[in-house]
Design a protein around this ligand. Structure first.
Ligand code: SF4
Length: 304
């Protein structure tokens, strides 16, 4: 099994590198996915190293050492399994879950599930939440970059969310070519069915099909982050938003003076931090993971 470098450092399994304030630790099971998402380091035809997921390195560790380190730490609030769709990943994940269930730490598993039955098997094993990635929220680009049918995927999310209320998270990547309007309408749609959205910023990875695709602007990302925060807290509804012709958010129908910094923190499952998953250290991060240092951006012709 693999751990994100930051998680391994946090648990003391690696002694070098900055020790970051993390509440969730991230594990990866499997490598070289059977699917071929155009943006993913683990995709079938990707030439990126099998140690990579997004821009993060995931060194290998023995399961026993990882479990002992989690037992020693009193600060782990959630364990997140990133499950790559490869032959043995599900069995390895189930084996791990079985061995950490007694620690009573909530477990999330981010998995590409294809049926409700598949989801049931994960919940029966003991995961608290399932992360079912959407990633690409534009219907045409979903098919192009991820493969499969967007509407069938959303309908699966609805069925699973009905069966397991408030236990589903989906991932959405900003900057795949969707408009801000499409992204925020998707977030509202998910909120209406009780699904939380973990926002990611597109990160070009060398060796993937989209290695030359640009990152989203920080202004776009902040506008979408704020939209997600307002929608998930029922402070605003996308039906009251105003958009430009190109789909840029111009107004939320909400007093901008009241925006809390929390709007710009990492989103998704409770306590998910994902430090530097999309961003280079030293630059203003897309997702703040401990505290917000600055988050100025533009909405319409206003700087906030
Ligand atoms: S939101 Fe965070 S904790 Fe939840 S599945 Fe995604 S990466 Fe894991």
């Amino acid at each position: 099994m693999r751990l994100s470098y930051g998680s391994a450092r946090f648990l003391g399994l690696i002694k070098t590198g900055p020790l970051l304030k993390m509440k969730t630790i991230y594990l990866m099971f499997g490598e070289k996915c059977v699917f071929d998402c155009a943006y993913c380091a683990q995709a079938r035809t990707s030439k990126a190293s099998e140690r990579m997921l997004s821009r993060v390195i995931w060194p290998k560790f023995q399961q026993g050492k990882v479990i002992s380190a989690i037992e020693r730490s009193s600060e782990v609030k959630r364990i997140c399994l990133q499950v790559v769709s490869s032959k043995t990943a599900k069995d390895e994940s189930f084996d791990f879950i079985e061995n950490v269930r007694n620690l009573n730490i909530p477990i999330s598993a981010s998995v590409r599930v294809l049926s409700v039955k598949d989801c049931i098997s994960w919940f029966e094993r003991g995961v608290e939440r399932l992360g079912i990635a959407t990633d690409v929220v534009n219907e045409r680009l979903y098919k192009l970059y991820r493969g499969g049918d967007f509407q069938s995927h959303v309908s699966l999310l609805k069925k699973v969310a009905e069966r397991f209320p408030h236990r589903i998270t989906t991932h959405a990547i900003v900057g795949m070519g969707e408009s801000e309007r499409q992204m925020t309408e998707f977030i509202q749609n998910m909120h209406d069915i009780g699904v939380k959205v973990g926002l990611f910023a597109f990160t070009p990875i060398k060796g993937t099909k989209l290695e030359k695709h640009p990152k989203p602007s920080i202004n776009t990302y902040r506008r979408v982050q704020l939209a997600r925060f307002l929608i998930e807290n029922d402070w605003a509804n996308v039906s009251n938003f105003k958009f430009s012709e190109s789909g840029e958010i111009l107004d939320y129908g909400f007093e901008l003076e009241k925006i809390p910094n929390e709007a710009f923190m990492t989103s998704g499952c409770p306590n998910c931090t994902r430090p530097y998953y999309n961003e280079n250290p030293g630059k203003e991060p897309y997702n703040f993971f401990s505290k917000v240092e600055r988050a100025n951006f533009v909405i319409g012709n206003r700087k906030v």
